[in-house]
Design a protein around this ligand. Sequence first.
Ligand code: ADP
Ligand code: MG
Length: 286
Amino acid sequence: ATPTALLTGTGRGAQLGILVKDAETLERTRKIDTIVLNKTGTVTEGRMRLVTVVAAEGETRDEILALAGAVERASDHPIARAIDEAGNSALPVDEFAALPGLGVEGWVAGKWVLVGRRELVVQRWGELPRQLEEALGETAGTAVVVAWDGIARGVLVVADVVKPTSAQAVRELKALGLAPFLLTGDRAPVAEAVAAEVGVETVVAGLLPEGKVQAIRELQRQGRVVAMVGDGVNDAAALAQADLGIAMGKATDPAIEASDLTLVRRDLRVAADAIRLSRRTLATIR
Ligand code: ADP
Ligand code: MG
């Protein structure tokens, strides 16, 4: 590939809102046969809203929301924004820590508060009250557990919507000969519903950030050349492991850093544009 041709390709890419990290990226794009999509913020809007609060016996909805909202204020995860908005809490948080792909924790009003996936809370503080287990079993939504001082206090269910362009994007990616996979840290029922809505047949759910890396490595072991599209801090390692990492608009800095391509618009169709463009550019220069 001549530098001039690559520049032309990259310039057209810039018009479409596709930023290319280096010249070899376009060459690599051509060999991709598999595309792994992260769910939250990639296939879905990543703008979550709180839909249900389940309080364990003896707990109040207001306190659960105020404490969870305060600790989530310091996180930029889509789940965090939904809980922060609903909690509308002015309480300060100390010693905040984000646990990527798991949840968040910190001191709020003299209590050590943990908000995150069920496994995180169980691992730290043991089994949940039966009432909360039942609430988790009954919802097909994205649900997180709120706990403080060693006890699980409630379950919050948040909901996201699929982007209107995602189904079309999946059709375009398939037409380009790519096999799509949906990879997510969210629960299986949510992941399967989203996959069905956009036409992706293969789903791997409940993954930790390291699990996403392993899933991609496994696809590579099968001889596949894998592109991955993601946007969160928790996607950075997987984006780096993929043969082609694609960060989606307003991605976190670690995600952009780990990627070869950045899409300015939060529209999955641009991933298909990028692959089409690079194939055309390389065809021209041969
Ligand atoms: P995805 O792979 O869909 O982008 P993540 O890896 O970001 O999902 O998150 C996986 C799971 O970890 C979430 O479904 C949630 O249970 C938990 N989690 C992550 N971040 C947070 C947070 N800030 N607050 C509560 N739970 C969180
Ligand atoms: Mg994500």
